[in-house]
Design a protein around this ligand. Structure first.
Ligand SMILES: [Zn+2]
Length: 150
């Protein structure tokens, strides 16, 4: 790879050098080109995988908490934690559990407990809503589920 790269950079764009090469060398060059292509493809693939991992993992997905429409807190989705979110008047609460890249309300002081039964959320835009507590817990950023959104 370094050899070919060096040569390539000296004078000609690669396709020109290839055309001018004598016939007997052509086969050799072609083989090298194939190797280069293969290596290039592998490098690209590795790079893409790396970027994809970066994007899907540490893209800064957060669990945002809204009370009365106001954002009161946010937690990184990739850090396991358990927090109790009290309503402003202190009369009720939601227990928010973040683990394995998902957020879930496991307990709440609201009468209907709908938020508890909603299950875990993990994708951008998904939310757990607790109407009695006027609390919304929402995933923001990170893993945009290309499958669902298209
Ligand atoms: Zn609730």
């Amino acid at each position: 790879m370094p050899i070919c790269g060096g040569r390539r950079n000296t004078r000609f764009p690669p396709h020109v050098g290839f055309k001018e090469a004598p016939l007997e060398k052509r086969g050799k060059n072609r083989k090298k080109r194939a190797d280069l292509l293969l290596i290039g493809a592998l490098v690209l693939l590795a790079g893409a995988l790396f970027l994809w991992q970066l994007a899907s993992r540490s893209d800064g997905a957060v669990v945002a908490v809204y009370v009365d429409g106001e954002r009161t807190a946010s937690y990184p989705l990739d850090a396991d934690t358990t927090v109790t979110l009290y309503t402003p008047d202190g009369g009720s609460y939601n227990v928010l559990v973040i683990s394995d890249g998902a957020a879930d309300v496991t307990d709440a002081g609201c009468p209907d407990k709908l938020c508890v039964h909603m299950g875990a959320i993990r994708r951008d835009g998904e939310a757990i809503i607790c109407l009695p507590n006027r609390t919304v817990i929402q995933i923001e950023g990170g893993e945009t589920s290309g499958v669902d959104v298209g």
